[in-house]
Design a protein around this ligand. Sequence first.
Ligand SMILES: NC(=O)c1ccc[n+]([C@@H]2O[C@H](COP(=O)([O-])OP(=O)(O)OC[C@H]3O[C@@H](n4cnc5c(N)ncnc54)[C@H](O)[C@@H]3O)[C@@H](O)[C@H]2O)c1
Ligand SMILES: N[C@@H](CCC=O)C(=O)O
Length: 571
Amino acid sequence: MLSACKQTFSSNLQSNYRIATRCLGSVVPDLKLSDFGIQNEPVLTYLKGSKERAELEKALQEISSKTEEVPIVIGDKEFRNNDIHYQVMPHNHKKQIAKFYYADKNLVQKAIDVATETQQKWDRTPFPERLRIWEKAASLMANEYRAKLNAATMLGQAKTIIQAEIDSAAELIDFFRINAYFLKEATKYQPISEDPKVTKNSMRYRGFDGFVAAISPFNFTAIGGNLAYTPALMGNAVLWKPSDTALLSNWVTFQICREAGVPPGVVNFVPADGPVFGDTITASPHLAGINFTGSVPTFTRLWKQVAQNIGIYRNFPRLIGECGGKNYHFVHPSADVETVVNGTIRSAFEFCGQKCSACSRMYVPESLWPQIKKGLLEKRSQLKIGDPTDPKSFTSAVIDKKAFDRIKSYIDHAKNSPNLEIIGGGKCDDSVGYFIEPTIVQTKDPHDKIMKEEIFGPVLSIYVYKDNQVKETMDIVANSTSFALTGAVFAQDENFLKQAVEDLKMTAGNFYINDKSTGSVVGQQPFGGARLSGTNDKAGGPHYCLRWGNPQAIKETFVPLKEIDYPYMKQ
Ligand SMILES: NC(=O)c1ccc[n+]([C@@H]2O[C@H](COP(=O)([O-])OP(=O)(O)OC[C@H]3O[C@@H](n4cnc5c(N)ncnc54)[C@H](O)[C@@H]3O)[C@@H](O)[C@H]2O)c1
Ligand SMILES: N[C@@H](CCC=O)C(=O)O
């Protein structure tokens, strides 16, 4: 019986594949990265006794035994001042792991001057040389510095072993290697030259004439690396403002890239107060682009500042911003319950829900609710929440006091609202670290703020709908939030899936069928959302690096121009 079920499920999964490909209006070939001679960085196992486990343990020991001092770096100079800050371990906030300094307005301006000057030289570095440096950086990240990157991410951002390995090893390495590959492929395009003996047409990619500001979030070490170094790969010079709470892992990334050969001044490491940094870069005539990932309010502020200053710039600054989400799991009455339960627990609670793609609202049919509720509560109660270095921990603390207070305020709202009931978790304790239990809330109101606003924490809210209201509930999914980042539908009914792919088309930049809403992989699921979730430039996809290139078309003519008149004029 069980194997029959499995068979049906897997044959249904195959038809889901057909649904997605048919929606594209053409047959999609099955291509693997290896068909092009490259592959995603393997995720290592960290089994007891493995080489990687021993190296990681040593790196964890080294990092936790000191407070690393991290300077501001502009060009080839390091700067320190009296505006001192500390990065602490979120799961043990008495422990400082990095001491760093905020660049003031003058230092940010200095970085702008250095970057703008460096850009001119860097842009002349031939692509093969840049690609060589990027490959070297990827190789250093994959080998010599893998353990250090992961340890800095685990201790600084409270990620477990697997969470760090996926982020600061696999995804970071993929961004370096696969973007370089995409660039190499893109430059193969050359415009048509009808008669190359007379005229040769060509196209080349330049960087932007000015500087690019890369402003990165705390939650992914890989995102910081991509935001700063993909524009750099394309010939830009960058001011990288890392997040205060991802400082150490971002610093390790920066150092690796310098060791790989990225010249001084191409990427400048500029920790700063957010608004001071934002105000200074948007006031510079040389601002050529902002590569941002973070919250909607921060991106909106930057966009407004650019709009207000639009007359001062040498270029129209390119604005790329990937922002928040209110990601959904929509469960159809035909769904496979086990897949729903396991996928939802992982999506909602891994890394404490601090992924922009984390599932935070779920819609479940009345008929499946008893089984799904039982499954979610059972699995939830087995999750170990603790020190990220403990291999048994499923997840750890949230990033800082501000996040703790924000998430707790939603839990308090759930405790106090007659429409909401906390059915699992709900405890918060910041005495040692910023710990919040994975929390499951059931709501009678699908429009409650808990179903609409980004919480960015381990809070999953569930609305149970009547089985005969699938269509009405899908309308609520589609129209009740301003975000459209990721979403997942779970069903084995092929007709429903065909309908859902169309009806929910605008609700998610990354759409999943019978899979959780998180876990995109570079080159496999290019990532980004629409509506207020961002500009959807698809990090990890083939076009992303081109967004940071400034193409120039060149026409070269080999025959002299002998006259001004056209032939018909002489008739
Ligand atoms: N869509 C995506 O790909 C994606 C990926 C990761 C995270 N996110 C989103 O990021 C958010 C979480 O990250 P966060 O808490 O670090 O976001 P945040 O907006 O608080 O901070 C992002 C960065 O902006 C800086 N900043 C703050 N104010 C600024 C200002 N006025 N000018 C310039 N810079 C300023 C911060 O210091 C930080 O470096 C969530 O909303 C999450 O959904 C989105
Ligand atoms: N690539 C990640 C999303 C990054 C946002 O935080 C995922 O899909 O899990």
